[in-house]
Unconditional design. Structure first.
Lengths: 636, 290
């Protein structure tokens, strides 16, 4: 870092020519008035004494000239926007990658947060911009995006930066860095370069992911904002049922600086109804269980989970959500009509069972709890999303049966699987079983002497079970275990309460009305922050809003435009991000893919050039005031 | 210049003050062993003042003029008054010019001395320093008045220089009154040294212009000395003017201290002071008149 100076408006320096008339006026004024006196003897003695007292004092008039010159120089340099300060090599383009994840909102004892530190530093960079310098701000959150750019007018960008609130989602800083590097390379291509990237973050990041980023010669510096501190937060909420009662499972995690227990409260309709004391430690989340129920006569109710105590990040200490009476589970059968499957509707009257074909155009828009597939899926066909899928005698897409075995005998079952709860396969007979490759993603739930009979593939938000024999080739559907298997696959869908909660990194999304219901619906969302938003929809539609939602409770009102029926429900949005909650402490250097460490400095070490024009204006005023005072005292 | 009758009457009541006994200058108490009728030389008449010897009253003048007059004889007026007036160019400076008051003071002293029968010598210190001849009586006063009327303050030589030349030509006796602004770079020592004598009562009367004591100047000036043409560049300021005033006061005090240390009387006046005030109050206060 070198000490450097630059001008925001160098063209104004021509005002320095005003020094010429100042000098001319001074020289003209310097002409003295002649005066004849009786004797200069006393004057000579006075001037001699004056010089003797102050041997280094220049004649008064030269002080006056110096004051005027300094005042004009200060005014010109100030108008030219002189900036001084430590600065690296001149960059004509700077890309700021601003960590906009929730952990940046964590505050210290003084109420300061990394977000505020970063904002202050970025505003300082904006104020120190040279004319024509390109400055881009990229936000790194759930989805990296450009906040704004300044080339000649920084006022708009400055306002955007000053007004930006901390993010409420998690995110990957490496993705934001890649976005910023792309912006920097664009500057070089445009001939503006060289460009640099400054990353402002609390560095609660995945160092391994950062090490995969290639800077490709672009200068990258990481500016660490804020300091580490203790934090606990709610990272997961699930609803379930046990013994016919609704249950709420809450996951609480902590970082390595948090110590001691904390109280977890459950509120319904604003009133405390239950509490648990939990003591999570780093790497060991605690699961708290609450029994929940809706008030009599109500279809839904607002709930809130609160972590007592104060820690660095408050965004993960409160989760607002709604529990509603669950809608009937929706089971879709893809395949030919089968009386055994149709009989399930009689076993579970609350279940909604429909049969579809693979080429049904409405299939993909359906929200399905259990998809039962009994016919082969053509190559390239897209199956609808479902929470659970059961392939009976047909392979799931991307896999194939190879070979077959005749009359394998039951060998063992994985009793630990929740899908096999209360199930016994001792009476299972299989006339012909298909062989399927068991890859690393598969879990064998039931095995026979000829290989796996029931496998489980657990996806990100769905689970697939494959029964390796056709319905007619085993006595599965005849045994009482089949309805139990179906029940286990539907689990809490059959009873209990539906949890209306989503994470803040996903757009607000919900289904309205019942499919096939007549008439248009007016959907109105009452948000915790900002004005209400409205949308028209039809029954069964999946309504989604593009912008990320604010944290908190959203109240959704659906009005039938033809029958004026009104349905209300709630939907909570919470952080629910364990990475942001645990706020890992970043140690050591930042290593990028090219092997060279990137600079890691504290925000205090970033000292952009600062404009000094206010000081120069003040100096010019003081100098002019001194000259005026000098003139006044001379006159007196 | 002429004095009005009232001022002349007041001057007539005054006399030169001697602070010490000078050789052949004791007045009033000396009894000359004159022979009656012829050995005392009549000098002049003057008005009777309380304390005068009544034997010297001129009774015939009283009968004739109805005025109390006393005869003054040469034996009584043994005091010689040397009036030395600085007529250098610097004395022409001032509002009013210093030379006006200076000449007025000289004239007043001459009037007093003449009334008292003293002998008067007037020397004008121009560039030529020719000492005057002693005269006495009213004729002496009139000759002083005429000389002053024709005087011009335009000398350019230094005071010390001119004083030395004057004394070199004629050593003064009796009382010497030097009237000047004393703005001489040689300082008081040079003047006092050549004038100070056991046989001489020395009185110094300084006249300075108001603007020489408290200049009201502003701006950037180049001051030119009227006598030497020396130039000094000055940029006035509050601080500078304050320092000048301080220096001017110190200058006056220096002359006063040095004069008194050498047994001389010193009086300093501003040229804008009234002649009456100077003569009837100032000179009395300083012990030059009584």
């Amino acid at each position: 870092m070198i000490f450097a100076a630059s001008f925001a408006n160098p063209g104004v320096l021509w005002l320095g020519l005003f020094l010429v008339p100042v000098l001319v006026l001074f020289l003209l004024r310097k002409r003295r008035r002649p005066l004849t006196v009786g004797s200069v003897m006393l004057w000579q003695q006075v001037l001699r004494d004056d010089v003797a007292r102050s041997p280094f004092r220049r004649p008064r008039e030269w002080w006056s000239l110096l004051l005027l010159v300094l005042a004009v120089a200060a005014a010109v340099l100030g108008a030219a926007g002189l900036r001084i300060g430590r600065e690296g090599a001149a960059h004509s383009a700077t890309v700021v990658v601003w960590d906009h994840t929730a952990s940046m909102a964590a505050s210290n004892d003084r109420g300061e947060s990394p977000h505020v530190e970063a904002r202050t530093a970025i505003l300082g960079l904006i104020d120190g911009l040279r004319k024509g310098e390109r400055f881009v701000v990229v936000l790194s959150g759930s989805h990296p995006r450009r906040l704004g750019e300044s080339r000649d007018d920084s006022a708009v960008l400055r306002r955007l930066v000053a007004d930006l609130e901390p993010g409420t989602t998690g995110g990957a800083l490496d993705e934001g860095l890649r976005f910023g590097l792309a912006e920097a390379r664009a500057s070089t291509v445009d001939g503006i370069g060289p460009a640099r990237v400054l990353v402002f973050s609390d560095m609660a990041v995945d160092a391994v992911a950062l090490a995969r980023v290639e800077a490709q010669g672009t200068e990258v510096s990481f500016i660490r904002c804020g300091a580490s501190g203790a934090n606990r937060g709610i990272t997961g909420v699930q609803s379930g049922s046990a013994n016919g009662e609704g249950r709420l499972l809450v996951s609480v995690e902590a970082n390595d600086l948090a110590e001691g227990p904390v109280l977890l409260e459950l509120h319904r309709d604003g009133a405390l109804i239950d509490a648990r004391e939990v003591a999570p430690t780093a790497g060991s989340p605690v699961i708290a269980s609450f029994g929940v129920a809706l008030p009599p006569g109500r279809e839904h109710a607002p709930f809130e989970l609160r972590l007592d105590g104060s820690d660095r990040l408050a965004l993960d200490d409160r989760v607002q959500f709604s529990l509603s009476a669950r809608r009937p589970p929706r089971v879709v059968h893809l395949g030919a009509e089968d009386p055994f499957l149709d009989a399930l509707a009689e076993v579970f009257p609350s279940m909604e069972l429909v049969r579809r074909s693979i080429d049904d155009p409405d299939l993909l828009g359906e929200e399905i709890d259990l998809l039962v597939v009994t016919e082969e899926v053509p190559e390239g066909a897209v199956l609808p999303r479902a929470r659970r899928r059961l392939f009976l005698g047909v392979p799931p897409p991307g896999r194939a049966f190879s070979g077959q075995s005749v009359e394998p005998r039951f060998l063992r079952a994985d009793r630990g699987s929740p899908f096999l709860r209360h199930l016994g396969f001792e009476e299972l007979t299989v006339r012909e079983a298909r062989r399927i490759e068991v890859d690393a993603e598969a879990r064998v739930l039931v095995s026979t002497t000829a290989g796996p009979q029931l496998l489980e593939y657990r996806g990100v938000d769905d689970t697939t079970l494959v029964w390796c024999s056709r319905i007619e080739d085993s006595n599965l559907v005849l045994l009482p275990l089949f309805p139990l298997l179906i029940r286990n696959l539907l689990d809490a869908s059959l009873d209990g309460l539906a949890l209306d909660l989503q994470d803040s990194a996903s757009p607000l999304r919900f289904r309205v009305g019942a499919q096939g219901s007549a008439g248009d619906l007016q959907v109105r969302v009452h948000r915790p922050v900002g004005p209400d938003i409205e949308r028209r929809a039809r029954g069964g539609d999946l309504v989604q809003f593009a912008e990320l939602p604010a944290l908190g409770y959203h109240r959704i009102t659906t009005t039938g435009l033809e029958d004026d029926s009104v349905v209300e429900r709630g939907l909570g949005v919470a952080l629910l991000d364990d990475d942001e909650t645990t706020c890992p402490v970043f140690e050591g250097q930042v290593q990028l893919a090219e092997g060279e460490p990137a600079a890691l400095m504290l925000v205090a070490g970033l000292q952009p050039q600062r404009p000094v024009w206010p000081w120069l204006a003040g100096l010019a005023s003081l100098l002019l005031a001194a000259e005026a005072w000098s003139w006044l005292t001379r006159k007196n | 210049m002429r004095f009005d009758a009232a001022f002349e009457a007041r001057l007539a009541a005054l006399d030169l003050a001697l602070r010490r006994a000078l050789p052949a200058s004791r007045r009033g108490d000396r009894r000359s062993p004159r022979r009656k009728g012829s050995s005392l030389e009549f000098a002049d008449h003057r008005a009777y003042a309380p304390g005068d010897d009544v034997r010297h009253l001129d009774w015939s003048a009283l009968a004739r003029l109805d005025q109390l007059l006393v005869r003054v004889y040469h034996d009584e007026e043994e005091l010689e008054l040397n009036l030395v007036l600085d007529e250098s160019a610097s004395m022409s400076v001032g509002e009013p010019p210093k030379c006006e008051l200076a000449r007025g003071v000289v004239m007043a002293l001459a009037y007093i001395a003449a009334g008292r029968g003293h002998r008067i010598t007037l020397s004008l210190l121009t560039d030529e320093c020719t000492p005057g001849l002693p005269r006495s009586g009213r004729a002496a006063y009139e000759s002083v008045r005429e000389a002053l009327a024709g005087a011009e303050a335009k000398g350019r030589r230094g005071l010390g220089d001119r004083t030395r030349e004057l004394v070199g030509r004629r050593v003064p006796r009796g009382m010497t009154v030097l009237v000047s602004d004393f703005l001489d770079p040689e300082g008081p020592a040079a003047v006092l040294r050549c004038l100070q004598r056991p046989s001489l009562e020395l009185n110094l009367i300084q006249v300075l212009a108001p603007e020489e004591l408290d200049p009201q100047l502003d701006g950037d000036l180049v001051l030119e000395d009227l006598e030497t043409s020396t130039r000094v560049e000055v940029s006035t300021s509050l601080e500078l003017l304050t320092a000048y005033r301080r220096r001017a006061r110190a200058f006056v005090a220096l002359w006063a201290d040095d004069a008194r240390r050498r047994g001389a009387a010193f009086a300093s006046f501003r040229s804008d002071e009234a002649l009456e005030t100077v003569c009837l109050s100032g000179l009395l206060r300083e012990g030059i008149l009584r």
